[in-house]
Design a binder for this molecule. Structure first.
Ligand SMILES: [Mg+2]
Length: 295
C-alpha cells in the first residue's frame, strides 16, 4: 500500500490547474483600460443613478473597498439597475483597440499541459472581447465570470421590497433613500452594520469557493494568478497557491510574484515539468462554466 501511495506521489504533478484573473493580469495595467473603466463607472453613477458628482470619488472608493466591486456596493446601498445595461455602459465603451495580440503569451499558455481557466468579476461580453483582442480565446478551458456567479437577476430591490420588479432595462433609484455610506464612515453609529450585497464577486472567499466548486477545481493543486492583492489574500485563505502579477514586491498572501505574466516560464518552470499522465487528468471532467461557445 505504501508503495502505491509513493508511486502515485511521484507520478502526480503538484498542480493540475491554473486559474487566471483577466484584467491587468493577462495584459498590463499600462494599457489604460482600468482608468477608462473607472471613468465609465463614475459617469454611470452620475448620469444613470443621479448621484451627486462631488460625492463620486469617495463613494467609489468606499464601495470598492467594502464590497469588492463598485457595482456590488451600489446594489448593497439600495440602487437597483439592470446588470447587463451597467456592464455595457461601463465596459462597452472601453478602448479595446489598445489591447494587441499577444503571441508570446499565447504560445506560453498553449505549451502548458494543465487546465487553464479564467476567473473574472467582469461580464462575459467583456471577457470575450479582451481575450479576442489578445488572441487568446482558445487558450482556456472556460471562463468563470459575473454571470457564472450571479446567474439570476430579476431586477429586484433586495431587502424589504422583494416584490418590486423593474421592467426591461429601466433603471430605478430606490424607493427609499440609499444607505449613506459616506456618512456611515465619517460618523459611525454604534451597532449599525453595512448593508449586504446580493452580488457575488472576488475578493469574497465565498465567491472564490463557488468558482472552484463550479469548475471542479482542487485549490491544493491550483495556481491562482491575480493582480489584486486583496484577491490574492482571499485566494490564499481558500487554499490556492497564489501568484501576484504586475509587481516585483512580495506581499503577504502571495506565494510568488511575477512582474509580468510573460515571466511565468522563468519564475515557475515546474509547471512545464509534468508527465504525460498529467495532461489527461485535468480534462476528464465536464465543467459547467462559461465557454467560448456561449460567451
Ligand atoms: Mg484584475
Amino acid at each position: 500500500m505504501e508503495y502505491v501511495d509513493r508511486y502515485q506521489q511521484v507520478q502526480m504533478p503538484k498542480y493540475d490547474c491554473l486559474l487566471f484573473d483577466l484584467d491587468d493580469t493577462l495584459y498590463p495595467l499600462s494599457s489604460g483600460l482600468a482608468i477608462a473603466c473607472r471613468k465609465n463607472i463614475e459617469d454611470y453613477m452620475v448620469q444613470k443613478l443621479g448621484i451627486e458628482e462631488s460625492k463620486i470619488p469617495e463613494m467609489c472608493n468606499l464601495l470598492y473597498k467594502n464590497y469588492g466591486t463598485t457595482m456590488a456596493g451600489l446594489r448593497a446601498i439600495g440602487f437597483d439597475f439592470n446588470y447587463d445595461e451597467y456592464h455595457s455602459f461601463v465596459h462597452g465603451r472601453l478602448p479595446y483597440e489598445k489591447l494587441k495580440p499577444d503571441p508570446v503569451l499565447r504560445s506560453l499558455l498553449l505549451s502548458l499541459p494543465l487546465r487553464k481557466i479564467i476567473f473574472t468579476n467582469a461580464d462575459r461580453v467583456h471577457a470575450a472581447k479582451v481575450l479576442s483582442r489578445l488572441e487568446l480565446e482558445d487558450c482556456f478551458e472556460g471562463i468563470i465570470c459575473f454571470e457564472t456567479l450571479n446567474p439570476t437577476h430579476k431586477n429586484t430591490i433586495s431587502g424589504d421590497n422583494d416584490d418590486f420588479e423593474v421592467e426591461g432595462s429601466k433603471i430605478t433609484n430606490p424607493t427609499t433613500q440609499p444607505f449613506d455610506i459616506i456618512g456611515h464612515f465619517s460618523q459611525p453609529i454604534a451597532g449599525l452594520e453595512l448593508p449586504k450585497t446580493p452580488i457575488i464577486c472576488k475578493p469574497s472567499e465565498d465567491a472564490i469557493e463557488r468558482a472552484l466548486q463550479i469548475a471542479n477545481i482542487n485549490p491544493q493543486r491550483t495556481m491562482f494568478f491575480e493582480d489584486s492583492v486583496r484577491n490574492i489574500q482571499s485566494g490564499k485563505l481558500v487554499g490556492l497557491h497564489t501568484v501576484l502579477v504586475g509587481t516585483s514586491h512580495r506581499t503577504k498572501g502571495a506565494d510568488d510574484v511575477l512582474e509580468s505574466i510573460h515571466n511565468i516560464r522563468e519564475a515557475l518552470p515546474e509547471l512545464w515539468e509534468t508527465n504525460e499522465k498529467s495532461e489527461k487528468v485535468g480534462y476528464s471532467c465536464n465543467v459547467a462554466i462559461e465557454t467560448f461557445v456561449t460567451a
